[in-house]
Write a protein of this length. Structure first.
Length: 189
């Protein structure tokens, strides 16, 4: 498929979801694993930016990019413009996006094994808020580690700090993914 064809399909999908109010999509990225797996199907409904809450899993587009499904872990108003901090559950980085990029909210996941997970029940709404707080803490931790990494590189004691930093960082990344898998299993599987 050419880039032009892909853009056309994405534009048609965006128009469809805005007109009809809902759309089933097949997941083609691992960015939300272990919460949403590749080949799962998600049902998304249109949502106004003011209705988006922390923990919501939303679909958005950046300019001419394909649809992106990530979790909202924060929000702010910058010069009067509402922005959301979005992050994939598997990703280590998060980015701020204008609220106008958000098109829809995921309300249901149909797993490959045909099980259905409803995301608009009181239990799953609470679990999604918990996940958002977890990811926000992970985001802040990542910022601190990034600054520590810069300090270690500039420090005269970098030889002494290099290896402990390297191994602690690796252990933390592995532990984060395993703890996410456990949380998903407890709340959603």
């Amino acid at each position: 498929m050419t880039i032009l064809q892909e853009n056309l399909l994405n534009n048609l999908g965006e128009e469809y979801i805005r007109k009809k109010g809902a759309l089933w999509l097949k997941v083609i990225s691992s960015s939300m694993e272990p919460f949403i797996d590749i080949d799962d199907r998600i049902l998304a409904i249109t949502i106004r930016p003011e209705e988006v809450k922390m923990g919501d899993v939303v679909i958005f587009r950046k300019n001419s990019s394909p649809f992106i499904t990530h979790r909202i872990i924060g929000w702010r108003r910058m010069e009067g413009v509402l922005q959301f901090l979005e992050k994939g559950d598997r990703n280590s980085s998060a980015t701020w996006i204008p609220a106008t990029y958000v098109m829809a909210k995921v309300i249901q996941i149909k797993r490959k094994d045909k099980r259905i997970v409803m995301l608009n029940t009181s239990n799953t709404l609470l679990a999604n808020k918990f996940f958002a707080l977890y990811h926000l803490a992970e985001y802040v931790y990542g910022k601190i580690i990034g600054r520590l990494k810069v300090f270690v590189k500039r420090s005269k004691t970098s030889v002494l700090l290099k290896y402990p930093y390297k191994y602690v960082s690796r252990i933390m990344r592995r532990g984060q993914f395993k703890s996410k898998k456990i949380l998903v299993h407890l709340f959603f599987k």
